[in-house]
Ligand binder design. Structure first.
Ligand code: SF4
Ligand code: ZN
Length: 312
């Protein structure tokens, strides 16, 4: 059995990429120290913030919420709230949602829920059916991703948040990086940095808390703190490209530890080189931030024939 490199007790985790092992206590210290250094390195937060953590109720977002609550006890100017988007996916969202509700109750966290049904008039399940019947070419995850990001921004503004935290981890980021390389989409790669800046008055700044933390470690952190919700897979979970890429990157990491971090360094160089990204414009229909004349959410809504007048 491997021993903790700090205290010599039995280790629960070995980080092959740095050749060190950790017992439970020192894993937590080491993990939290590294997230804090990400926060510092990329200047994620100021002294006074209303931080909205986007939580699905899955292990990564639960870990993010838990970590920030703990950290906020030392920062009096921080106010943490949880933001949950209910897409309306039957047999899936209810499970993680219940887990999240219980956590928020027990830990006295304000929970704000915004749903597709309420904002777009249809649940994701209904949108997917409707889209199929109209012969539209989009996958469920396209609607889900576009509408979720849109609602997170709306929700963040409604609760008066100054910053939104998402729980994207190192694995998510490098997988998306490689997927965009394979698709030849450099524009998207340039948007994979650790945070967005105030590109638009109506756009709440967003940071990726676990940008430099491998998924294995966020999962272990969640597990140690009993933040592991019952595992239920989304019925629309993509089995295509991302799955293959994930397997490939994990195999490379196994063979040459540190691969993911090297990919991240390359990505950060690209992001820095392409800093001249155009400022966001304003969608002609809904007035929300957009990269084109009409935002992606309104484009999809128009194609679906959904009501584009938003509830107040
Ligand atoms: Fe949404 Fe796709 Fe994730 Fe399901 S797998 S929650 S549809 S993005
Ligand atoms: Zn130890």
């Amino acid at each position: 059995m491997a021993k903790c490199s700090v205290c010599g007790k039995e280790a629960i985790y070995c980080a092959k990429y740095e050749g060190r092992c950790y017992c439970k206590e020192h894993f937590i210290k080491w993990f939290e120290g590294r997230v804090r250094s990400t926060i510092r390195r990329f200047s994620f937060f100021g002294k006074r913030e209303k931080i909205a953590v986007a939580v699905s109720g899955g292990k990564d977002s639960m870990a993010a919420l838990h970590f920030l609550l703990k950290l906020s006890k030392k920062v009096p100017g921080w106010d943490i709230v949880a933001l949950h988007i209910d897409e309306g996916i039957k047999g899936y969202r209810e499970h993680t949602r219940r887990f999240l509700e219980r956590y928020c109750e027990e830990n006295n966290v304000e929970l704000h829920v915004f749903s597709f049904k309420e904002f777009f008039g249809q649940t994701l399940d209904e949108i997917v059916e409707f889209s199929k019947s109209k012969g539209l070419p989009y996958l469920p995850c396209t609607y889900c991703g576009v509408f979720r990001r849109y609602l997170i921004n709306m929700g963040a503004k409604k609760v008066g948040a100054t910053v939104v935290v998402t729980a994207h981890n190192l694995d998510d980021v490098v997988q998306t990086f490689l997927m965009n390389i394979l698709r030849g989409d450099v524009e998207r790669i340039s948007r994979l940095g650790p945070k967005t800046e105030g590109e638009h008055l109506k756009f709440v700044r967003r940071v990726k808390l676990f940008y430099e933390i491998p998924e294995k470690e966020t999962a272990l952190y969640a597990y140690i703190h009993n933040l592991y919700p019952p595992f239920v897979e989304c019925p629309y979970a993509p089995t295509g490209l991302r799955w293959d890429i994930r397997q490939f990157i994990n195999k490379m990491e196994e063979r040459t530890p540190g691969t993911k971090f090297r990919m991240l360094r390359a990505l950060l160089d690209i992001v820095t080189l392409s800093k001249k990204t155009p400022r966001l414009r304003t969608c002609k229909i809904c007035g929300e931030p957009s990269s084109g004349e009409i935002c992606r959410a309104c484009q999809l809504r128009l194609e679906l024939g959904l009501d584009i007048s938003l509830p107040p």
